[in-house]
Design a protein around this ligand. Structure first.
Ligand code: UDP
Length: 318
């Protein structure tokens, strides 16, 4: 197979490229590096199964040659990124998804949308099954991401229904692991980088809010399974084991052996109070479920960030 991955220099996009290449497939990768980083694909440059195009998928896009799959993974995805880049976030979720779907239609390729648990907003149903329609503030700070992804789901279903494109919608829950940007503002990367630098660990609110963290290898295996075995209906892909942010901080303090102390910071506006995927659908349809527990995944992620010690990326200057 030959697949196009938008956002290939991002955290998930780069791991997904590795997954396809490991199975002997060819990957055409697209990225404009607004949040992705060349380091994430440096190991693929020169591999005859990988080619790279620096391009913004929100602009008109053309890819030469046949494609069997289009995986649309380009988007700012951390709250601090979509606060800084609200218009780019809206554009890549809407215009970018439209362009990526157009490529899939023209090439008769299967399409995967990287959607998100953010479509559920601050959920009133817990855990969240795919049948829940969500509780999203369209005009709040997260609205640019949440509504762009909701639009992305709608246009993906429209291309499926009207043009018969073979589509998939992966609702991705919090994922972590190597290749996260050290200063991307996510809770796992923030806490680990702060712990390794002996900086205060910034807990927003009282830390009683919950998230369910999926190690990247599990997440990518779920998405790969959805690509090969799934259907067009939205599918939650995440780890169903729920933790409070406080518990995560305690685990990272223990595993790093840091001297850092937890400091409380104000809770950002519209920060979801709980989040936990109901993965019954993925389990049944794909025979998939996460295998890496939080402690193991966090230990591997700490090793990755330790490897970046001294780099300008760890200091937040690159
Ligand atoms: N969070 C925190 N400290 C940080 C970064 C995040 O306490 O330095 C909290 C944040 O308020 C949220 C949770 O951790 O409740 C997860 O935040 P993240 O940005 O990783 O992703 P989200 O699930 O909110 O999109």
């Amino acid at each position: 197979m030959r697949v196009l991955i938008t956002g290939v220099a991002g955290f998930l996009g780069s791991h997904l490229a590795d997954r396809f290449i490991a199975d002997g497939h060819h990957v055409v990768g697209l990225d404009n590096f607004i949040t992705g980083h060349p380091d994430n694909i440096a190991h693929l440059i020169g591999d005859e199964r990988f080619s790279f195009v620096k391009h913004n998928i929100s602009e008109f896009s053309y890819v030469a040659g046949d494609l069997d799959g289009v995986l649309h993974f380009a988007s700012p995805a951390s709250p601090i990124d979509y606060l800084k880049l609200p218009i780019q976030t809206l554009k890549v979720g809407s215009l970018g998804t439209h362009n990526a779907l157009g490529i899939a239609l023209a090439k008769k390729a299967r399409f995967v949308l990287a959607s998100t648990s953010e479509v559920y907003g601050d959920p009133l149903v817990h855990p969240q099954p795919e049948t829940y329609w969500g509780n999203v503030n369209p005009v709040g700070p997260r609205g640019v991401y949440d509504e762009a992804k909701r639009f992305g789901e709608a246009i993906t279903m429209a291309y499926h229904r009207i043009h018969g494109v073979d589509t998939r919608i992966a609702r991705i829950f919090n994922t972590f692991g190597p290749r996260m940007r050290p200063r991307d503002g996510r809770v796992v990367s923030n806490f680990i980088v702060q712990a390794l630098n002996n900086e205060p660990i910034t807990m927003y609110g009282d830390g009683s809010q919950t998230r369910s963290f999926c190690y990247v290898d599990d997440e990518v295996e779920g998405i790969y399974g959805l690509f090969t075995k799934g259907d067009a209906n939205p599918t939650n892909i995440g780890n169903p084991v729920e933790f409070t942010v406080r518990q995560l901080a305690d685990l990272i303090i223990e595993l790093t052996g840091t001297k850092s102390q937890v400091v409380m910071k104000p809770l950002p506006e519209d920060d979801p109070k709980v989040r936990q995927p109901d993965i019954t659908r993925a389990r049944t349809m794909l025979g998939w479920e996460p295998a890496v527990d939080l402690r193991t995944g966090v230990a591997r992620t700490i090793d990755f960030f330790r490897g970046l010690a001294g780099s300008p990326r760890m200091a937040g200057t690159a």
